[in-house]
Design a protein around this ligand. Structure first.
Ligand code: S3P
Length: 165
């Protein structure tokens, strides 16, 4: 089996909320790879970064994304940095990938920049903007469709995605 839709985008693009609304619209489930890594590890992503470092987190994430792309059905939402991994990029080929695009002001309204995202814990708005500038070409290249999420409800965005499928 394989997912019907894979959601990618930066932190604050609504992957979790849109994923839930989209899964409901499609009558299926949303699988969140960040949540799966945390559950398997029994600790938060912030703690994995602190205790083991980012490369260790990325290895866990790569393995979970590969498994989810093979085995999950319905909607799969990837962590914001997952699509930057070359093996993940290869694994995404052939899947329906939706890039949820967003600007800094809507992203910061959605996530509020607490300590749960280690890459955004210092100068969050500048760090988010730098990451998005680095990643945007990759998100765009991997996407089957790009969906603008600015100032819209998860249900509206999910309806747009359903119409694209
Ligand atoms: C990350 C995004 C986070 C999480 C980790 C790293 C990133 O996921 O995987 O903190 O590199 O952008 P969200 O995009 O769900 O916040």
């Amino acid at each position: 089996m394989a997912p019907e839709v894979v959601l990618i985008g930066p932190p604050g693009s609504g992957k979790t909320t849109v994923g839930a609304a989209l899964a409901e619209a499609l009558g299926t489930m949303c699988h969140d790879t960040d949540a799966a890594v945390e559950q398997a590890q029994g600790r938060t992503i912030a703690d994995i970064f602190i205790e083991d470092g980012e490369p260790a987190f990325r290895a866990l994430e790569r393995a979970e994304v590969a498994r989810a792309l093979r085995e999950e059905t319905g909607v799969v939402a990837l962590g914001g940095g997952a699509p930057m991994d070359p093996e993940t990029q290869v694994a995404l080929a052939g899947h329906t990938v939706i890039f949820l695009d967003v600007g800094i002001s809507d992203a910061s309204k959605r996530i509020g920049f607490d300590q749960s995202r280690p890459l955004l814990s210092v100068n969050p708005r500048a760090s988010w903007t730098r990451l998005m500038n680095e990643r945007r070409p990759t998100y765009t290249r991997l996407a089957t469709h790009v969906v603008d999420t600015a100032t819209r409800t998860p249900e509206d965005i999910a309806a747009e995605i359903v119409a694209l499928l």
